[in-house]
Design a protein around this ligand. Structure first.
Ligand SMILES: Cc1cc2nc3c(=O)[nH]c(=O)nc-3n(C[C@H](O)[C@H](O)[C@H](O)COP(=O)(O)O)c2cc1C
Length: 225
């Protein structure tokens, strides 16, 4: 099979998330999938049962090195992360023959970041965040629509199908961002004749007394595919 994806440089680059961030940007440019920033995030419940789902990666911050996604803090993933604040994430750009894996501790994003991102979303999505107790059962689609209508009444919004500009819907306290801090990163590139190229970067993350994370230097190694 022929494709244009270059293999990982030799020697390996010092900063793996700089490469991941460039790969994401390239995928956005090519637009070969509707959500180039989709990623699978796996969490683990107190019994050790993993669960995985797709979320949107809203930022890759190479320095100090974390990924950002937004969700409902009381959802299944949110509850699992409050009990066991570690996760694994995978991004896969099929058309570019590339995969990124990230593992490490998870912390809540600063409130200001969550406020800013929430405010950037369409007001209908912001209402949805109030109406949906994400991951809880609901009797029918109609009950959900009623909950959205209740939220619309509460915040005095126009009808849902209106193209409205300035509708104020604040961020629910149980909705916001998570930062997945990279303790290990693996980059994978499909190689000619199925001899793929893989490398893993690891570093230590230590908690400061104020709860913030301090990252040590990366070490890297190529892996057999
Ligand atoms: C393309 C795509 C993007 C998604 N993005 C998000 C997201 O950014 N945040 C989110 O909470 N759920 C997102 N979802 C929905 C999740 O996959 C999942 O259904 C939901 O978060 C509930 O998961 P949980 O019950 O494991 O917490 C997305 C789903 C798809 C298919």
């Amino acid at each position: 099979m022929s494709h244009h994806t270059e293999l990982l440089p030799d020697p390996l680059p010092a900063e793996p998330l700089v490469v991941a961030s460039r790969w994401l940007a390239e995928s956005w440019k090519l637009r070969q999938q509707p959500n180039p920033n989709s990623m699978v995030v796996a969490t683990v419940d107190p019994d050790g049962q993993p669960s995985a789902r797709v979320v949107l990666c809203k930022d890759i911050v190479p320095q100090p090195g974390y990924l950002v996604f937004y969700t409902n803090y009381l959802s299944r993933k949110g509850r699992e992360l409050s009990q066991n604040p570690r996760a694994a994430a995978v991004m896969h750009w099929d058309a570019l023959h590339r995969q990124v894996r990230v593992e490490g501790p998870v912390v809540k994003a600063p409130e200001a970041d969550s406020d800013a991102y929430f405010a950037s979303r369409a007001w209908q999505s912001r209402l949805g965040a109030w109406a949906s107790a994400q991951s809880e059962p609901i009797g029918s689609r109609k009950e959900l629509q009623d909950a959205v209508a209740d939220a619309a009444k509460r915040f005095g919004t126009p009808p849902l199908d209106t193209e409205a500009g300035d509708v104020v819907v604040p961020r629910p306290p149980n909705w916001g961002g998570f930062q997945l801090w990279a303790e290990s990163v693996e980059l994978w590139v499909e190689g000619e004749a199925r001899i793929h190229d893989r490398a893993r970067w690891t570093r230590s993350l230590t908690k400061r007394s104020d709860g913030s994370l301090h990252a040590g230097p990366w070490t890297s190694t190529r892996l057999q595919p």
